[in-house]
Design a protein around this ligand. Structure first.
Ligand SMILES: *C/C=C(C)/C=C/C=C(C)/C=C/C1=C(C)CCCC1(C)C
Length: 238
């Protein structure tokens, strides 16, 4: 068997490796802290741990896949997102629940996130020539989520849920607006349609490497960051 090692200049493999470690460490942290968490916030912190744990398992697999094939593990990437992004929606629902959020809101968030991800998957895989069109549809679903957490039901409920929840929701809303916006950037770099036809990276291999690096950085920021905001909320007064 061939020896697989990460070359010093292989930033894709490197970020997959670091991503795996970071997700594992974050999961251990959130799970162990459950014992010190009040029952009021325990489910929210548990979900934070589930998000990073699911990502850790996928990252472990994606890291190996990328090292062995040199390819982009698009399928596992999207399986990971389809499981973890709806769980991030569950976090919004859980923290605004005391202020009366309804399951209807949860389903709206989950539905929009599924539309966002399934259309993105089409653009990256089975219909790459129309990547711009799929990206635009995906982007519309993304902006609907941004609307809900900044101005819609989530924002309104957070206002009545107390200062700490309102503060945490505002930070999470920033993650959705800025942190999540990193993903379409990776998509633009890595898909043939580029930015409405403008190719930012013309070499196909370099484009897919750039996409993986951008996605890996975004995942670390968003999944661990989201979890830490929830964790901080669980340590606050209300
Ligand atoms: C843990 C994983 C997360 C938070 C993943 C989030 C992914 C997105 C916000 C992806 C968005 C996309 C667009 C808005 C347009 C292009 C296609 C996507 C799927 C990359």
């Amino acid at each position: 068997m061939e020896h697989l090692k990460i070359a010093a200049d292989n930033y894709v493999a490197f970020t997959f490796f670091i991503g795996t470690m970071a997700m594992m460490a974050a999961s251990v942290f959130f799970f162990f802290e459950l014992g010190n968490t009040s029952s009021k916030w325990r489910t929210s912190v548990l979900v934070s741990g589930l998000i990073t744990f699911i990502a850790a398992v996928h990252y472990y697999y994606m890291r190996g896949y990328n090292l062995e094939t040199g390819d982009s593990p698009t399928f596992f990437r999207y399986v990971d997102w389809i499981l973890t992004v709806p769980l991030m929606c569950v976090e919004f629902y859980l923290i605004t629940k005391k202020a009366g959020s309804k399951q209807g809101l949860l389903w709206k968030l989950i539905f929009a996130s599924l539309v966002m991800l399934v259309t993105g998957y089409f653009g990256e895989t089975i219909d790459r020539t129309n990547s711009v069109l799929w990206g635009v549809i995906s982007g519309a679903a993304y902006f609907y989520i941004v609307y809900l957490v900044w101005f819609g039901e989530v924002a309104k409920l957070a206002q009545t849920a107390g200062t700490q929840v309102a503060k945490a929701t505002k930070i999470l809303a920033w993650f959705v607006l800025v942190g999540w916006a990193i993903y379409p950037l990776g998509y633009i770099l890595g898909t043939p349609g580029g930015l409405f036809g403008i190719q930012l990276v013309s070499d196909a291999a370099a484009a897919s490497h750039a996409m993986d690096i951008v996605y890996n950085i975004a995942d670390a920021i968003n999944k661990i960051g989201f979890g830490l905001v929830i964790y901080a909320l669980s340590r606050s007064e209300d």
